[in-house]
Design a protein around this ligand. Structure first.
Ligand SMILES: Nc1ncnc2c1ncn2[C@@H]1O[C@H](COP(=O)(O)OP(=O)(O)O)[C@@H](O)[C@H]1O
Ligand SMILES: [Mg+2]
Length: 248
């Protein structure tokens, strides 16, 4: 089943007639983990924001589960590089932001947020503020908030880039586990990353973008099951392919 279809999307800054994004198309199917890689400034974050319905494209369109988008949708949630937690709210209150549009009672929201914190290894930290947490723990709160609304699609913008490598590796496994876990609504992920190894480790599909004016250079499919052995010859070959595309 098609989850997201990006159809000939262009984007120019307001008042400019030069396209930053110059006709980008791709599709994402149910169950897929898709990474977007490309040069810094080519418009990766902008594409994610367009898919999220936060900004409109200049032309072209995005369909989410077959329907055009008219603004933020409950079907998608965002995970940010800098976590984007509100420092004046406790961790559980931050997770409950993900339930703002939900029809649950306050008690049910508390229960759900607390279960999510527990699931992401943060039980006991409900009433603490984010500033006492490590980066990895903050991002777990960010992910718990994102999945609280039971989205089917998770959009992640460099979600592990500001974490140390060991912490990032643990969170990557958590995300893979989440995709395979039937109790969690998320079934498809789009991740922007500049980390080619991370993209090859996690993705079913890697979309390589060119420099501005940005187009899709190549879409690589990876069929190997996860977890993947980073030392396997096929893993390194795929990494080389992505680097070669980026360098072209
Ligand atoms: N606030 C802004 N003001 C002016 N130009 C911007 C702004 N935000 C983004 N851009 C332009 O859009 C391009 C794409 O930005 P972005 O989507 O953040 O790229 P990426 O995530 O790939 O690094 C940038 O190269 C820049 O030219
Ligand atoms: Mg970016």
């Amino acid at each position: 089943m098609n989850m997201i279809s990006v159809e000939d999307v262009t984007f120019a800054m307001e008042g400019s007639d030069t396209n930053i994004i110059d006709g980008v198309s791709f599709k994402i199917n149910k169950g897929e983990f898709v990474s977007i890689v490309g040069p810094s400034g080519c418009g990766k974050s902008t594409i994610l924001r367009i898919i999220a319905g936060l900004i409109p494209p200049s032309s072209g369109r995005v369909r989410v589960m077959g329907r055009g988008i008219e603004g933020p949708s409950k079907k998608l949630s965002f995970v940010f590089q800098d976590f984007a937690l509100l420092p004046w709210l406790t961790n559980i209150e931050n997770v409950k932001i993900g339930l703002n549009l939900s029809e649950l009672s306050e008690d049910e929201k508390d229960k759900k947020a607390s279960e999510l914190l527990d699931r992401f290894g943060l039980s006991g930290f409900e009433t603490y503020y984010p500033n006492v947490l490590s980066g990895g723990m903050k991002q777990r709160v960010g992910i718990a908030r994102a999945v609280a609304s039971d989205p089917q699609i998770l959009l992640m913008d460099e979600p592990f880039s500001s974490l140390d490598e060991l912490t990032a590796e643990t969170l990557r496994s958590d995300i893979v586990y989440m995709l395979e876990n039937k109790n969690i609504s998320v079934n498809s992920v789009i991740m922007v990353t500049h980390n080619v190894e991370e993209a090859v480790q996690l993705s079913d599909k890697i979309i390589v973008l060119s420099n501005k004016p940005t187009k899709v250079k190549k879409i690589l499919s990876i069929k190997t099951g996860r977890p993947r052995d980073k030392r396997a010859a096929s893993f390194m070959e795929t990494m080389d392919l992505v680097y070669a595309e980026l360098a072209k």
